[in-house]
Design a binder for this molecule. Structure first.
Ligand SMILES: Nc1ncnc2c1ncn2[C@@H]1O[C@H](COP(=O)(O)OP(=O)(O)OP(=O)(O)O)[C@@H](O)[C@H]1O
Ligand SMILES: [Mg+2]
Length: 349
C-alpha cells in the first residue's frame, strides 16, 4: 500500500493507525521513518526488533526460532556490536544467512523467514515506512522486489509506504512493475462533510456546539487540510468564551486570524528559512503560480536564468522536501498554501 500526499494531510496518522490495527490482531509489525541518512537495513532491523522479541520465548517453535536466527544475522550485518540472540541459544537451529551484504538478498531472506513464522501463528508481517520518498532508488527497488517475492510465494506481507506526492513516480522509476504491486491512495484535503465531522463531532463529545456559519468559515479558511483544521479549530475553541457551550462565527474568524499568524511565524517560516537565498528566489518565482505547480522553464524565465543553471537550487529544494516534481518539467510545493504564505510575506523579504 502506498499513501501519498502533501504535508499535513494525515499520512502519518493513517500509518500509525495501520500499525495499531496490525498490532491489535497480533501481527509482527515494524514501523520506521526514512531519512536522516538511515539505511533501509538499519531501519528494518530497528523496527522489527521489539515485535520479534515478543515472540522469543524458550517454548518458541522451529519456525519462530529460524526467523529469529535469520533476523539476528540480518541485524549483525548492520552492527556487529556484541552477539545478540534474544536470550536464546539458536546455534542448533536452521536459519541465518541474511548477512551476505547484498541488500536485496538479505531483505528478502529475512522477510521470507519472518513471514513463515508469522504464517505459522496465523498472522502476518507488516512493514510500515513513513517519509518513504527519502529512501534511495536502490532501497525502493529492494522493497518492490520483496513485495513481488511475497506475491509469488503467497507470503502474508504488508508493505505500507507513506510519503510525498513524488513517491509513486519514484517507485515506478525504481521498478517498472511497481504500479501493479501496490495499491496507491492519495491522501488529500477533506471533503466538506468530512471536514465538518472532524470539527463538529469531537466538540459535541465535549458538550460544545459549532454554529453553522462558524464551521463554514473554518472549512473555507483551511481548505479542509487536516493540519490547518486542527490549528484553526483549536484557535477558535480557545477564542470562544469558557463555558459558553458554543463556538460562533466571530470565534472562528478571530481565532482563524490568530492561527494564521502562528502558522506564518512557525509552520511556514521554518520551511522558508530552510531555503538559501538562491532557493528563496526560486520559491518566490514559483509562488506566482499558486499551489497548482509551475513549469520549471517558466520559473527560469521569470528569474532570467537558464534552466540548467537553476538545476542545483531545484534539486536542493527537492532534497529538503520543500518542493517536488509532479511530472517531468514541473515543480510544486509540498506544503499546502506555501505559495500564499510567500506572496503574503513578499513585502517583508
Ligand atoms: N485522522 C485524523 N484525526 C485527527 N487529526 C488528524 C487526522 N489526520 C490528520 N490529522 C491532523 O493533521 C495533522 C497532520 O497529520 P500528519 O502528521 O499525519 O500529516 P502527514 O501527511 O504525515 O504530514 P507530513 O507530510 O508533514 O509528515 C495531525 O497532527 C493532526 O492535527
Ligand atoms: Mg508525516
Amino acid at each position: 500500500m502506498v499513501l501519498y500526499g502533501l504535508r499535513g494531510v494525515g499520512k502519518t496518522v493513517l500509518l500509525v493507525d495501520l500499525q495499531a490495527a496490525a498490532e491489535d490482531v497480533g501481527w509482527i509489525v515494524g514501523y520506521t521513518e526514512a531519512g536522516a541518512g538511515k539505511s533501509l537495513r538499519s531501519m528494518i532491523s530497528d523496527a522489527l526488533q521489539s515485535s520479534l522479541a515478543d515472540l522469543a520465548r524458550p517454548s518458541a517453535g522451529a519456525q519462530i526460532r529460524k526467523a529469529l536466527k535469520t533476523f539476528v544475522s540480518f541485524k549483525t550485518s548492520v552492527s556487529s556490536e556484541g552477539v545478540w540472540t534474544f536470550g536464546l541459544d539458536l546455534d542448533a537451529d536452521a536459519g541465518g544467512g541474511a548477512d551476505s551484504g547484498a541488500l536485496e538478498f538479505d531483505v528478502s531472506t529475512v522477510v521470507r523467514d519472518i513471514c513463515a513464522a508469522a504464517s505459522g501463528q496465523g498472522v502476518g508481517l507488516a512493514l510500515l515506512i513513513d517519509e518513504a520518498q527519502d529512501l534511495t532508488r536502490e532501497e525502493l527497488t529492494v522493497l518492490c522486489s520483496t513485495a513481488h517475492l511475497a506475491t509469488q510465494r503467497n507470503l502474508p506481507l504488508l508493505i505500507a509506504l507513506a510519503g510525498l506526492p513524488s513517491l509513486p513516480v519514484q517507485l515506478a522509476e525504481a521498478k517498472s512493475y511497481a504500479e501493479r504491486l501496490f495499491a496507491f491512495h492519495q491522501v488529500r484535503e477533506l471533503a466538506h462533510h468530512d471536514a465538518r465531522d472532524a470539527i463538529v463531532e469531537p466538540a459535541v463529545e465535549q458538550g460544545v456546539v459549532w454554529d453553522g456559519d462558524a464551521v463554514t468559515h473554518l472549512i473555507d479558511a483551511t481548505g479542509g487540510y487536516p493540519y490547518f483544521l486542527q490549528e484553526y479549530g483549536q484557535a477558535a475553541w480557545n477564542w470562544a468564551p469558557d463555558g459558553a457551550g458554543r463556538i460562533c462565527y466571530d470565534d472562528a474568524r478571530l481565532g482563524g486570524l490568530l492561527a494564521l499568524r502562528d502558522l506564518d511565524s512557525g509552520f511556514f517560516r521554518v520551511r522558508w528559512e530552510r531555503a538559501t537565498p538562491k532557493e528563496r528566489d526560486y520559491l518566490q518565482a514559483m509562488a506566482i503560480d499558486g499551489d497548482g505547480g509551475s513549469s520549471s522553464g517558466e520559473v527560469a524565465k521569470r528569474l532570467g536564468k537558464k534552466l540548467t543553471s537553476l538545476g542545483p537550487a531545484r534539486a536542493s529544494l527537492i532534497a529538503k522536501g520543500l518542493i517536488y516534481a509532479p511530472e517531468h518539467g514541473r515543480v510544486a510545493f509540498t506544503v499546502p498554501r506555501m505559495a500564499d504564505f510567500i506572496n503574503r510575506q513578499a513585502r517583508d523579504f
